[in-house]
Design a protein around this ligand. Structure first.
Ligand SMILES: [Zn+2]
Length: 81
């Protein structure tokens, strides 16, 4: 199939059609899983994409903080100004 999928870093918005050095995170309110890039997992529903260790780390930090702060249920929303 010729369709090219562009993935987008959830932290900085960088887009790539071949993000082989990116990371993925799958999580819910009880657990968080970091995956090395593979196309199958990248297409899975609920997978989050990050352009590198630093930005995956940003999300992990938010998730950890939210786990300790039930008053912040919307930690998945990027804070844009
Ligand atoms: Zn990024």
């Amino acid at each position: 199939m010729a369709a090219v999928i562009h993935y987008r870093c959830e932290i900085c918005g960088t887009e790539s059609s071949n993000p082989i050095h990116w990371f993925m995170i799958q999580c819910n309110s009880d657990e968080l899983k970091v995956l090395k890039w593979n196309d199958e997992a990248a297409k899975a529903p609920g997978a989050r994409h990050y352009c590198g260790e630093a930005h995956a780390g940003v999300y992990i930090s938010r998730w950890l903080e939210a786990s300790c702060s039930p008053s912040m249920p919307d930690f998945t929303q990027p804070s844009r100004g």
